[in-house]
Design a protein around this ligand. Structure first.
Ligand SMILES: Cc1ncc(COP(=O)(O)O)c(C=O)c1O
Length: 439
């Protein structure tokens, strides 16, 4: 055995001291704390792939607009609960420019990060009909969404799409929806943690079945237009980011500013509700809200109860960013495509050293290079792999709590791996491979 890049006695000591029953099953925050401690004790820096956080500075246009709004006194006023008018109209323009969907500004609502957008959406879409008491996740997915449902007390179930890509999705999805208890479906596209992207065939199936079984689709576009295989960067010009909104009017979109504009710290995101869903009268909602109209229950019922509006200055910041993007004077895709370039290199180092990509295809096409990818190593499951990689100074998370059935897999996030660390990643993986020969 070659010596591991991080002193194995230090790694072992810190693992034992952490009190964690299983490192591979621990939460991201727990893994983060453990790694910080190993780094401090060993003096060695890890290749940090565990956290899905932006690795770029926040977009300046937003910061400048926020500063101006604060100087103009916005901090002392409650913002309108439905969002400031200029932001609502820019969200509507953004959705038209990049998805080619028409959504009235009235249905475009800011939220305190897409995380709160999904929370208020569950509070309404998950409670429309007492017989429909379960939310379906097209998994793997973002664990916080399941936690949100646990907090509210709404049931959820999961369909790992690994074996159901393309036309195969129809039968698998229909089998679940035909049971009649699903209120809504949520998936992210591109997907966290796997970076699979649903094809138009799949989005059409989801949309058609959502209409047939009256299920609300929540399309989480946290990584908006970041399938870099296509150029979605030019507003109001095809190709457009594929969306379920082309195939059903029973949808709402959750759009994050955290990754697209590296704006995670400001906690602002957007919900865009289709015109038909926004206006829909839902008698079941009167059990919880004074208003039965879906959109009104969302704004004056759920969003009001959760945060009574969204930080005023952040709304001005996001409005300015969207305006510049809609008018093509700012191209956020140029900033974030570095994630794709980096993923391409990193995936190659993993593959060259005995790893394989777990979620590797969108139907027949290899997945895009982007913010995340999933890997596995022969003879180990994901939980073992996470722990073993600590000795090599590499951190990631297992797919165990993402709704994935591929227990061999781990998720790597590329955002915090600076280009100058890439040679080190390659060397560490080479040592790992030598120490774990594959027969
Ligand atoms: C799929 C997915 N949805 C939602 C979010 C949360 O986004 P926000 O920072 O806007 O709350 C993330 C963040 O990592 C994500 O990966």
């Amino acid at each position: 055995m070659k010596p591991t890049p991080i002193d194995s006695s230090i790694v072992k000591e810190k693992i034992d001291a952490s009190g964690l029953a299983s490192i591979g099953r621990s939460s991201i925050r727990e893994i983060r704390t453990l790694i910080n401690e190993i780094e401090e004790a060993s003096g060695e820096k890890f290749i940090r792939m565990e956290m899905g956080i932006p690795g770029l500075p926040a977009a300046k246009i937003g910061l400048e607009a926020e500063k101006a709004a604060l100087d103009n006194g916005c901090a002392s006023f409650y913002p309108d609960i439905q969002g400031i008018p200029e932001l609502k109209s820019e969200i509507s323009r953004f959705v038209k420019a990049f998805l080619d969907l028409d959504v009235n500004p009235g249905g475009c609502i800011p939220c305190t990060g897409s995380t709160s957008g999904s929370f208020v959406s569950f509070l309404v879409a998950g409670r429309m009909n007492p017989d429909k008491d379960t939310v379906l996740f097209l998994d793997p997915g973002f664990p916080v969404h399941k936690q949100q449902l646990n907090v509210i007390g709404i049931k959820h179930r999961s369909l790992d799409v690994y074996n159901y890509r393309g036309e195969k999705l129809r039968a698998a999805l229909e089998e679940i929806l035909s049971e009649g208890n699903i209120s809504s479906i949520l998936y992210s596209n591109p997907n966290n943690p796997t970076w699979i992207c649903f094809t138009d065939t799949e989005l059409k199936i989801i949309g058609e079945l959502a209409t047939k079984y009256d299920v609300v689709v929540m399309e989480d576009l946290a990584y908006f237009t970041m399938d870099f295989r296509k150029d979605y960067s030019i507003p109001n010009q095809p190709p457009f980011q594929p969306t379920v909104g082309k195939y059903t009017d029973n949808y709402l979109l959750l759009i994050s500013s955290s990754k697209a504009f590296s704006y995670a710290g400001q906690r602002i995101g957007m919900i865009a509700i289709s015109d038909r869903l926004f206006q829909r009268e839902v008698p079941g909602l009167s059990r919880f809200y004074t208003q039965k109209t879906f959109g009104r229950a969302m704004i004056y019922g759920a969003a009001y109860a959760v945060s009574a509006g969204v930080t005023h200055s952040a709304q001005y910041g996001l409005a300015a960013l969207l305006k510049a993007t809609n008018e093509a004077t700012y191209r956020f895709i140029d900033e974030v495509k570095i994630y794709g370039e980096r993923a391409k290199k990193m995936k190659k180092y993993f593959i060259d050293n005995g790893f394989s990509i777990v979620y590797d295809k969108d139907e027949d096409e290899p997945i895009a290079d982007g913010f995340y990818f999933t890997v596995a190593y022969p003879g180990m499951d994901g939980v073992q792999l996470i722990e073993e990689l600590l000795y090599y100074g590499i951190s990631a998370i297992s797919l165990a709590n993402t709704g994935s059935e591929r227990i061999e897999g781990i998720r790597a996030c590329v955002s915090l791996v600076a280009d100058e660390r890439l040679p080190e990643l390659e060397q560490r993986l080479q040592v790992f491979h030598e120490n774990h020969p594959v027969s």
